[in-house]
Design a protein around this ligand. Structure first.
Ligand code: 7PJ
Length: 359
């Protein structure tokens, strides 16, 4: 059966003077002026570039799925309700990473204690992070699983302290027990890199709540996922289909679609080429109709492209990928370097505002 995908492309600074020739992407700060229509039938993939002004005339032949994807690309995303905070998604927001793991690869040991993690979270919030993502289990390539009791113990005091101070806290976990305890302690969002596949009780825990949940694509487990990852077809389409299926599974399990945030999972079962293809094609994922989160901060692909720079020397590459994501309308950008990323996005935004007004 043929599948149709619509990838927004030919981004322009501003729609001024373009009238019907540019469309706003998902109610955000970017406009696109062409769409790549991708058709896939088994192993056969065809691609065609169509100006936005011509899409209306082409929709009938794209079928119901094409029509739905077009609607989702162009309708605004609702603000994200995070307990007493509401995070607008009409502009990119920064999620700051706080690891409470003794083996955290980016801040080895430094944040291993709750007090240090809490300080780091407060500093990130002050630097402009809209959400703080607290994690107690490393899921980096080669990492070993952590017992849920240890993970709960690491994460809970940090969640409680940050939430009590009024910060929107997300918890990076694959485990139902950790989710339940963290939500009880004040977490406002769950970030599950397994997309609810690791622990079959996770969906049950979340069904009883109303918080947003991030479903991230991955292939394999952290222990083995980077051992020669391969995909049957174009990685962009494979990840899209997988996320669509996970959204449907979550909805079937009683988690409303408007609570779901999606993430292509840079580095989780992907080689450098896969990661770069996903970054370049990121705007495709807006066709799923959910807010899009991207985490590329300090990841291995940056090292691979920069003479194997170690994680703490990947700021330049991290900012490049953050801007690449913003340019394609990603609503949440998950980073270690909050101050620098917020600054980069503010300047990027200033450029766009100027392009809109200077006429
Ligand atoms: C991600 C994550 C990511 C989401 C990690 C690291 C590895 N959660 N947790 N997306 N990565 N949603 O930060 O390098 O890319 S842990």
């Amino acid at each position: 059966m043929e599948r149709v995908y619509l990838r927004p492309t030919a981004f322009v600074d501003s729609p001024v003077g373009l009238d019907e020739a540019a469309q706003r992407l998902a109610g955000g700060l970017t406009w696109f002026s062409a769409v790549e229509i991708i058709r896939r039938n088994g192993a056969t993939v065809t691609r065609e570039f169509v100006p936005v002004g011509d899409i209306g005339a082409r929709l009938p032949e794209l079928g119901e799925a094409g029509g739905i994807a077009w609607q989702r690309l162009t309708e605004p995303r609702a603000p994200l309700p995070l307990r007493e905070r509401t995070v607008p998604l009409d502009q990119p927001q920064v999620m700051g990473i706080v690891n409470v793991t003794p083996d955290s690869f980016s801040d080895a040991g430094k944040l291993s204690e709750a007090a240090a993690a809490i300080d780091a979270g407060h500093a990130m919030a002050a630097a402009g992070a809209a959400i703080i993502d607290v994690g107690g289990e490393s899921t980096r390539p080669g990492a070993q699983p952590v017992w849920e009791g240890d993970e709960t113990e690491r994460v809970t005091p940090v969640v409680r302290a940050l939430a009590t101070a009024g910060t929107a806290v997300s918890v990076d976990t694959r485990k139902a027990v950790v989710m339940a305890v963290a939500l009880e302690a004040g977490a406002a969002m769950i970030n599950d890199v397994s997309a609810l596949t690791f622990d079959n009780r996770s969906a049950e825990v979340l069904r009883e709540k109303t918080c947003p949940v991030v479903l991230m694509h991955h292939q394999g487990s952290p222990e083995t996922m980077q051992q020669n990852p391969t995909y049957d077809g174009p990685v962009l389409l494979e990840v899209y289909d997988w996320l669509e299926a996970r959204i449907e599974a979550a909805v079937a399990a009683g988690i409303a679609r408007d609570r779901i945030v999606i993430d292509p999972g840079i580095g989780f079962g992907k080689n450098v080429q896969h990661n770069l293809e996903l970054m370049n094609g990121l705007a495709l994922f807006h066709g799923l109709g959910c807010p899009l989160l991207l985490g590329a901060s300090r990841k291995r692909t940056i090292g691979a492209l920069s003479n194997e720079a170690p994680p703490d020397q990947r700021l330049g590459g991290s900012l490049t990928l953050a801007l690449k994501a913003a340019e394609q309308g990603a609503q949440i950008i998950r980073v270690h370097d909050v101050f620098e990323t917020v600054q980069a996005l503010r300047v990027w935004r200033g450029l766009r505002d100027a392009a809109l007004t200077a006429r």
